[in-house]
Design a binder for this molecule. Structure first.
Ligand code: PGA
Length: 242
């Protein structure tokens, strides 16, 4: 049996809790993590029987006067086990490496597993993979400053591949995944963290990524809103069906 992990990142979708529950039931398989918007976490905690619950973000403070904030303990109390941190769509809105680092610490302190998103823009990648590796290593260093990296998951998501329909080459993504594992080795006490690929994963290209031994799963955005496509991606990951 294969243990590849598939995360459904629904982003700002769907619009109602009814639709969210319906979509979640269609994606409720072992080896899947469903990450809905915050308001649907509670309902999905009840609806999901096999998949696990993830959140798309978290605030770094534990409590207090932070209007709009969602603390790690609140997520944990709803049964959330994983939290996406530092997605490029949040970084584009002003989230810095320092903020990502604080969120990672806060999530770990509450026993949540951070899914830390890293990835370079096209302006960097066009100078080849070596430049992208330097960019990603800087993101990793600040995200993991002062923490033990063994309890985290890394999602390598080249910014230019997200939502663009233009996925990375599986071989290049696999090389980056190997680089990330090697880079983190000194921090992980031999327990290598899982590295996922994300960015325009579809039923057509999923198998090519997931067959790479260094790639431990996929972070799926757009296709996770289409249950048929998502099921095909799960099949490609050899996640057992019910
Ligand atoms: P995408 O999004 O699959 O729509 O490219 C991936 C992500 O943003 O995590």
């Amino acid at each position: 049996m294969n243990h590849k992990l598939i995360i459904a990142n629904w982003k700002l979708n769907p619009m109602t809790v009814r639709e969210a529950v319906r979509l979640a039931r269609a994606e409720d398989r072992k080896g899947v993590i469903v990450a809905p918007p915050f308001p649907f976490l509670d309902a999905l905690g009840t609806a999901l029987k096999r998949a696990q619950l993830g959140a798309q973000d978290v605030f770094f403070e534990a409590k207090g006067a932070y209007t709009g904030g969602v603390a790690p303990a609140m997520l944990a109390s709803l049964g959330v086990r994983y939290v996406i941190i530092g997605h490029s769509e949040r970084r584009a809105l002003g989230e810095t490496d320092a903020i990502v680092g604080k969120k990672v610490k806060a999530a770990l302190a509450e026993g949540l597993t951070p899914v830390i998103c890293v990835g370079e823009p096209w302006s960097v990648r066009k100078r080849r993979l070596a430049a992208a590796k330097r960019f990603v290593s800087k993101q990793l260093s600040s995200a993991l400053k002062g923490v033990r990296a063994r309890n985290v998951i890394i999602a390598y998501e080249p910014v230019w591949a997200i939502g663009s329909g233009k996925a990375d080459e599986p071989a290049e993504a696999a090389a980056m995944a190997r680089f990330i594992k090697k880079f983190l080795a000194p921090h992980t006490h031999r327990l290598t963290p899982r590295v996922l690929y994300g960015g325009s994963v579809t039923p057509h290209n999923a198998a090519a990524f997931l067959r790479e031994s260094s790639i431990d799963g996929a972070l799926v955005g757009g296709a996770s809103l289409r249950p048929r496509d998502f099921m095909k991606i799960i099949t490609a990951a050899h996640v057992p069906h019910r």
